[in-house]
Design a protein around this ligand. Sequence first.
Ligand code: NAP
Length: 320
Amino acid sequence: MSSLLPGSNKLDPNSDIPDLSGKHYIVTGGSAGIGFGIAAHLLQHKAENVTILSNKEEHANSALEELKEYGDASKAHWVKCDLEDLKFTDRVADELAKSQDGLDGLILNAGLGVGVYNETRDKLDSHFQVNHLSQFILLAKLLPRLQRTPGARIVFESSELHRAAPSDTKFKDEAEINTDIGPTKLYNRTKLAQILIARALQRRKEAGELGFKPDQKIFINAVHPGGVATDQPLQAEEAYGKVGVIGHKLVRPFMKDPVSEGCRPALYAATSPEIEEKGISGQYIVPDKKVTSPSSQAQDDELGEALWKLSEDLIKSRVG
Ligand SMILES: NC(=O)c1ccc[n+]([C@@H]2O[C@H](COP(=O)([O-])OP(=O)(O)OC[C@H]3O[C@@H](n4cnc5c(N)ncnc54)[C@H](OP(=O)(O)O)[C@@H]3O)[C@@H](O)[C@H]2O)c1
């Protein structure tokens, strides 16, 4: 039975997603875990085009094979995009931006989990770059396609762990980003960044900046998927050794399946007519459909503006 009943907080991805015929989506990290779940349901509901952006070819190939179980897999496409490489990501963004097709949904889901500090080829903390900065490039370049598609959705796959980001985060400069603050805080800081950027983009929409027209029907939200059984928690095992392995073994049985459950909040934000009916934008959504307040740090608009500026500066210094 459909769960779009008044008051229900459940979204059944099989029955509650509308017919998506003719619609175009881009899902970062659609090759595995939650992103795969999102791509599968978009396809199942007849989306015209589901473009998956990810890095590892073997993951992409098995995802494309598995997607045949859900719908017309000829509508799913893989584009290699290494988010640890800003220039590469920028070229991919330029290519995708050239398309004359509308873009009904950009789902920024790719991410590194809790893991040890590492620097990318751009000499930046890999968590910050993969989870936020590279996807900020995609967002900036794809915005015109989204803006010319009525009802378009932008979804940031954040996490409740944003609430445990370091309290002294300022997003002041590169040195702050490239300080090893430990596996969990590195991750949590990026999940905070996603909500700050969703809200900063919403402010620009409301102010009619960045090409937004007054009353433009475009819906920007951050979501938390719940605790989901994907490869991501395995990264915490690597970061925390035996303690990580034991911790993961204990919680794994209680984690959600990415295809039947973990994908729901993002699919709600990306496809549900309720989002437009209720004008839900600039919000934070937790399983499945509950709009709730993010941390006060995530509601700090000055911090969001500092992050926006730092992101632009870092991109300028690396990409030009
Ligand atoms: N799992 C959870 O419990 C949980 C909880 C809260 C929030 N989240 C968030 O949900 C999102 C998805 O997580 P998940 O659990 O589904 O993770 P996952 O199974 O590990 O999948 C991660 C996805 O990100 C892609 N990715 C990683 N590094 C990349 C890179 N350098 N370039 C391009 N793509 C890259 C991967 O593609 P490749 O295979 O090509 O590397 C893969 O498709 C993340 O943003 C995560 O923070 C997850």
